[in-house]
Design a protein around this ligand. Sequence first.
Ligand code: MET
Ligand SMILES: [Zn+2]
Length: 769
Amino acid sequence: MVKATNLGFPYVGAQRELKKLVESYWSGKITEADLKAGYLKIQEAHWKVQQEKGVEHIPSGEFTLYDRVLDTAQQFGVIPQRYQHLPALDQFFAMGRGLQRPATETTPKVDVPAMEMKKWFDTNYHFIVPELENDQTFTLQAPRAVEQFKAAKALNIHTRPVLVGPVSFLYLGKPAKGVADFDTLSLLPKLLPQYIELLKQLKEAGADWVQIDEPALIYDLAAPVKQAFATAYQSLQAAATGVKILVAAYFGRIESNAEALLPHVDGIHLDLVRAPQELDAIIPLLTNGQVLSAGVVDGRNIWINNLAKSIELVEKAVQALGQDRVFVAPSCSLAHSPFSTAFETKIKAANPELYSWLSYSVEKCGEIATIAKAVTQGREAVQTELQANAAAIESRRTSPQTVNPQVRDRVAQVPAEAWKRPSAFPVRREAQVKKLNLPLFPTTTIGSFPQTKEIRVARQKHNKGELSDADYDAFIKEQMKYMVQQQEELDLDVLVHGEPERNDMVEHFGHLLHGYDFTQNGWVVSYGSRCVKPPVIFGDVSRRCPMTIEEIKYAQSLTKRPMKGMLTGPVTMMKWSFVRDDIPADQLCAQIGLALRDEVVDLEAAGIPCIQVDEPAIREGLPIRRADWDAYLEWSVGCFRLSTSGVRDETQIHTHMCYSDFNDIFDAIAAMDADVITIENSKSDEKLLNIFETKQYTNEIGPGLYDIHSPRVPSVEEMKQRFADMLKYIPTHLLWANPDCGLKSRQWPETKAALANMVEVAKFFRAQQ
Ligand code: MET
Ligand SMILES: [Zn+2]
C-alpha cells in the first residue's frame, strides 16, 4: 500500500492563532501555562485535520513557537553565553527576538539582542543561525519531538517525528561571535551521540519512522561535507536505535550528494517538483526495502496539483520498488504554503474559476491522499476527485483569465533592440548631464518618506469606504506637497513624490495590473510570529491603466527640480508574490517587464526626467546551485533592461537594491546598465567597496551613506568618513549621496535631521573639488 505522508504543516494556524498566542505571551497578557495549553489545542487541531484528510504519516516535532532550528539549538544546549542565565522559555524567545526587561525585586535587568536571522534556502522564511563554540558541548534537554510525539499519542494519533538533521544543523550554524573561525562540521562526532539518545527516546515513546531533514543536501557541496553526511548516518545506523530513518531533502536537487549516506538510511525523500529527473536517478540506488518518499505536491505554492501527472510519476516509482516502498508526500514542509482555501470567501464568490485552481495546505493533504489511493486501489477509487481536478486543470490552461493572446504575442515578438538602451552609457551620460544640470555628488532619496499614522488611517478609511475617492486623492496630494516641500527645504537635488499612496511596493502595483489577485488569508510565516500575505499572479500580466503618472506628474508640477519616477521592477514583482506555475518564470517576467516598459515610456512622455525601477529581490532570486545562476541572471537582468530601455538617452534610469553583498554577481548588476544605481552600504562598508579594487563599475552609483533601519541620526562626521572612503574607489563624477533604502518606516524628525546632515556632507565635498 502506497502511504500518504506529510513533512510539516503550517504551524501558525488556520487564522494565525499561534501568532496571536505567542504575541499575547510576549506582551504579558497570558501565562506560560496558558501558552502551553493554547499551542496544544492548535497542534491537536492540525493533527486531526491531516488525519481527516487521509494523511497516514502525520508530522510532529516540526511545530515551533518561533523557529525549529532555534528549537534544535536549544534542545541540544547550543545556547550562547549571553542567554544562559534565563529560564528556558524566556531564553528561547530571547535568542529569537531579543529581550529587554527592567529589574524587579527578585530579578536583575535583562537586555540581550536577538541572534542572527538568515533566509531559509531560497524561501522567504528566515531561521535563527546557531552560534557554535569550537569546544561546544551538546546536552539533550526536553526535546520537542518527544514532547510532541507523546502529546499526539495521548490523543490517539500516531505521528512521525521530524528532526532538523545533524549535518544541516551544523552546516547552517556559524562560529559564535569572538570565536576564531573553525569548521562547524568538526563538531559532528560530539553531536551525534545526542541524536542517538534522541532517537532512542523517540523509540521508547513508540515512534517507528523518524523524518530527519537534511536540506543542506541540495547545495553544491565539497567532498568533506558529503563525507560528513555518510559518517553521520553510518553512526546513527550503527547505534541500532530501532527507529526507521527517512532522510528528507527538498527545495532542489541532491545530485550525487546523498550517495554516500544512502546505504545507511531506511528511506529518502526527494523534491520531485523542483527536480523530477531525480526519480530515475535514485530508483536504481535503493536496495533492501529502502523507501522513496516522492515529493510530488508542491509545498511552496498555492496551486492545485496536476493529479494525473503526479499519479503517473508515483506509479513509475511503484513499478520499480513496489507499493510498500513508496510514500506520497509534498515536495517540502507545507509550512511554506497558507492554511486552507476555505477562508478565501471573497475569491470564491467573486472569481469561482480562480478559486477552483487554488490549493493550500489542507487541500494539499487531500491531494496527497488522493494520489496514494489512486496508485494503491486504482484510479476508479478516486474517480470523482480526478475528474474535478482534470476539469480545473483544463480550465486553468485555457481560461481567458490566464491566457491573453495579445500579451503572449507581444512577448514572443519583442524586437532584439528592445532588450537594451539604444546608446551606450557615455553617450547617455552626456545627454543627461546637459538635461539635468546636477551638481557634483547629487543628493537624492530612495523613494518612500515616512508612512505616518495619518497616512495609514486615511488609507484604511478609504478602503472601508469611509473616505471618498476624491477626499483620499486630495489627502494624498497634500502629503506629496508636504514631502516635496521638505525636500526643497533640505536642498536635495533629485526629488521623489514620497510614495504616500503605496501600502507596499509590490501589492500597490499588483492592484494596477491584470493577472494579479489578493487573498484574505494566504498568510505564510516570514520569521518568528511575523507573517506575509503575498499577492497572487494567476494570469498573463499587463497594465490595467497608467499606474503612477498622475501622482508623479503632480509632484513634478510642484517643483523645478527633477522628479524621479518610482516603479517596482519585474523580478521583485514576481519574487515577492505567489507566482503562477503554468508558464516559465522568464516569460512571466518578460510580461511584467513589458507592462513596466509602457509605464516608463509614459513617465518620460509626461516630462519626468529620472525614473527609478527598484530591484531589491534580484539577488535573493539567485538559484541555489551555481550551475543555474547564468540562466537566471540572463533573463532577470534582461527583463529589467526590457522594462527600462524604451526611453531616450537624456532620460536617466535609476535602480535600487538594498544589500551590498553582490560581489559574486557584480557583472550581472553592471549588465543591468542602469544610469544610476543606489545600494546599501552603511552596514558593510568594506564588503561593498572591496569589489571596486578589482572591478570597475562604469555607471553612476550611490552606496548608502546611512542605515535607515534605525531611528538613530548619523552625524556629519561619520558620513564624511564614509563618503571619503567611497571616494577612494569611485570616480568623483559618478558618485551620488543617498540613504541606504526607503524611509517609510522612519518618523519625520529623524528623517529631516539625517537628510540635512547628508546634504551637508555632499556640499562639503563639492566645495573641496
Ligand atoms: C525594499 S527597497 C524599497 C524601495 C522603495 N522605493 C522605497 O523607498 O521604499
Ligand atoms: Zn531598499
